[in-house]
Design a protein around this ligand. Structure first.
Ligand code: ZN
Length: 295
């Protein structure tokens, strides 16, 4: 097989997905809940050691993590989870214990959404596009950006989940669920926000419920703001909330209406799309990042 054998982790706030493989058609996976850092990191290392006994030595590792995370290789805390509301995980060195247990192989460390974007570019719905956005709408909301063929970084990584979104309090009096900003995008449109606002599992809300009008309105505003900022060629929308398929046409309709022909975007069915890799985007993206280190 041409592609090298590598390891990958999609480190989520609720679960870790570890994988060893050569690509989407050959990947061995383990999933377990995210508990305290020591236990979760140890479990990851044990999986990799066992998998290596069966498949051979891995040559690099890619980690796509929940954030905020230090993704700057020049930083003394590269590979750390930064200050997070998630208990026990603030200022945790996630990457180096795993990297050193695997023999200090090359390491790629990214946000989960940037990793997912990279996976979609290599094997999924981005088809080698150089400018596109991956957004996940799940427990939280995150966005990864590829611009000019590169993952976007800066002082940190993009935090599109916390964009400010216009809201009419007479229609939606909910104050928002974000612990930092209240009614930012994540505070209004994440799965957590839906559940708090409607006191119900969002997957059980009927498709004609007001919840989805609001949801598609907030996500459409975010897409418009990002369209106007980065001029991407495509938006890929993944995550648990986007499993509600009726959201796609609602979002597309609002985006087109609100852009008001100021910008002509590609045909909207190709502009706002689900992930080609489904729920595997994050872990396969981390695998792709690891392979790219070996080119
Ligand atoms: Zn926020």
């Amino acid at each position: 097989m041409d592609s090298p054998l590598v390891a990958a982790i999609e480190a989520g706030g609720t679960k870790f997905v570890c994988a060893v493989g050569h690509g989407p058609d050959d990947v061995e996976e383990a999933r377990f809940p995210t508990t305290c850092p020591e236990e979760t990191i140890q479990r990851s290392i044990e999986f990799f050691n066992e998998a290596q006994e069966r498949k051979g030595k891995v040559n690099a590792i890619g980690i796509g993590t929940f954030g905020p995370a230090d993704v700057n290789p020049e930083s003394s805390t590269f590979g750390y989870i930064k200050k997070t509301p998630k208990p026990d995980w603030s200022n945790t060195d996630l990457a180096s214990p795993i990297q050193s247990a695997l023999g200090n192989i090359p390491l790629a460390f990214e946000t989960d959404v940037n990793a997912a974007a990279w996976g979609e570019r290599k094997w999924g719905a981005a088809n080698d596009l150089n400018d596109f956005i991956y957004i996940t709408v799940g427990t939280g909301i995150g966005g990864g950006a590829v611009s000019n063929g590169k993952i976007v970084h800066g002082i940190s990584h993009p935090e599109m989940g916390h964009l400010r979104i216009s809201k009419d309090p007479s229609v939606d009096p909910f104050v928002g669920s974000c612990p930092f900003h209240g009614d930012c995008l994540e505070g209004l449109a994440s799965g957590t926000a839906l559940e708090e606002r409607w006191s119900q599992d969002p997957s059980e809300l009927p498709s004609e419920h007001l919840a989805w009008e609001l949801e598609s309105s907030y996500l459409a505003d975010a897409i418009i703001n990002i369209t106007l900022t980065l001029s991407p060629e495509r938006f890929i929308l993944g995550g648990g909330v986007m499993q509600q398929d009726h959201l796609f046409p609602m979002i597309r309709e609002r985006v087109i209406a609100r852009l008001a022909e100021y910008i002509n975007v590609p045909p909207v069915e190709n502009y706002i799309v689900p992930p080609g890799l489904g729920a595997q985007a994050g872990v396969l993206g981390s695998l792709a990042l690891a392979q790219d280190l070996l080119k």
